[in-house]
Design a protein around this ligand. Structure first.
Ligand SMILES: [Fe+2]
Ligand SMILES: [Fe+2]
Length: 370
């Protein structure tokens, strides 16, 4: 279910009110972040009342250790550090610049989406344990979003987070869907950041922007957020068994396939890193799959050739769909519909592939080890 929040002013009006190029760029970027593209990060709201009922007592010992780490706030100063950057470095390669900006805008939307969701949960639940966890996580996500905005600023653009919060479309998700989806996006975020960080550690000459130097501490924050959801899910075993196994399978596939298709739409970026994008994605899947064994009763077999062929098919269909963007008339409409149906059927085939069962360990909490 989609929920459109009350708009206080229109984005187009906002753009028109800007006279300087900088102002227009700022708002066009905000507009880009506001768009609800199928693969773009979304904003979520949920049934806060139902989240009241979370009882963390079954995982109390691990919960308290986790909260102690959040309280220590080791990364307090990390995102306050500044860096010098010459924006003309990217000017020589407009395609790379466009893809890098696209990455930053989609990342800031994802970070801020987490921030807003965690803040809203904190505001709307009286369960003190849940509220405290959400407060810590919102604190981190707000730092992450602010840091990306600083990078965007240095490139002459910025996303207006206030406009984003007020005007972005919100998707309603039941709490359990929030747990599966957010757990996965936090862990996959960790896996992505650490893989890029380790790669650039080995190839510093490929580090075309200083933001990547921040990724180590950054990814540890995301890892810790994932731990919060792992413990919430573990506190209620019904979330990890029976019919819910199908939901876990669904969200694993949705998150993996979205990432694959989106990353393949930014070839210049991975070329600049000196990475093979497919190899990068499968490394990220391997790490995420390994981590998710802490709590999910099954994993996807991403080495299955049928899985790999299915993701490629999803990518081709998305490319075909994008090529039809802006085309009108019945022929284009039929072709677009064909792409949508094809993607749906490919997703369904991928969903039906055999999964690998996993026995959830007694101790849930993990430390980042990659
Ligand atoms: Fe984050
Ligand atoms: Fe996070």
């Amino acid at each position: 279910m989609r929920v459109r929040r009350q708009m206080s002013k229109t984005v187009s009006g906002d753009v028109m009110n800007q006279s300087s190029d900088q102002g227009a760029a700022l708002n066009l970027t905000t507009q880009q972040a506001l768009e609800s593209q199928p693969l773009a990060p979304r904003f979520y709201c949920t049934d806060y009342k139902a989240m009241e009922k979370i009882d963390i007592e079954p995982v109390r010992a691990e919960w308290d250790l986790m909260m102690r780490d959040f309280e220590l706030d080791k990364n307090r100063g990390h995102f306050k550090q500044n860096y010098e950057y010459d924006p003309s470095i990217l000017e020589s390669d407009p395609e790379l610049k466009a893809e890098f900006l696209d990455l930053l805008v989609s990342s800031i939307t994802a970070e801020y989406s987490g921030c807003v969701l965690y803040q809203e949960i904190e505001k709307n639940v009286s369960n003190p344990e849940v509220a405290k966890l959400m407060r810590y996580m919102a604190r981190d996500e707000s730092r992450h979003a602010g840091f990306i905005n600083k990078a965007l600023n240095k490139l002459g653009v910025a996303v207006d987070l206030g406009v984003l919060k007020r005007e972005k479309e919100y998707t309603f998700f039941k709490p359990k869907y929030i747990y599966y989806a957010t757990y996965l996006s936090e862990k996959i975020g960790y896996a992505r950041y650490i893989t890029i960080y380790r790669h650039l550690e080995r190839h510093p000459e490929k580090r075309f922007h200083p933001i990547f130097k921040w990724f180590l501490e950054w990814c540890n924050d995301e890892f810790a957020h994932g731990e919060g959801f792992a413990l919430i899910m573990r506190s209620d075993p019904s979330l990890l068994s029976g019919f819910n196994k199908l939901w876990i399978r669904f969200f694993l596939l949705a998150v993996y396939s979205t990432m694959y298709v989106r990353d393949h739409s930014r070839p210049k970026l991975y070329e600049a890193f000196g990475m093979d994008v497919t190899e990068f994605d499968y490394t990220v899947f391997d790490i995420t799959t390994e981590i998710s064994k802490q709590v999910f009763p099954l994993t996807l077999n991403t080495d299955d050739p049928r899985f790999r062929a299915g993701l490629e098919r999803m990518r081709e269909l998305q490319e075909a769909r994008e090529a039809l963007e802006g085309q009108r008339g019945p022929v284009a409409a039929v072709k677009k519909l064909g792409c949508v149906i094809g993607s749906g059927m490919t997703f369904a085939r991928l969903f039906l592939l055999p999964t690998i069962p996993n026995t959830i360990p007694d101790q849930v909490r993990m430390q980042p080890a990659w």
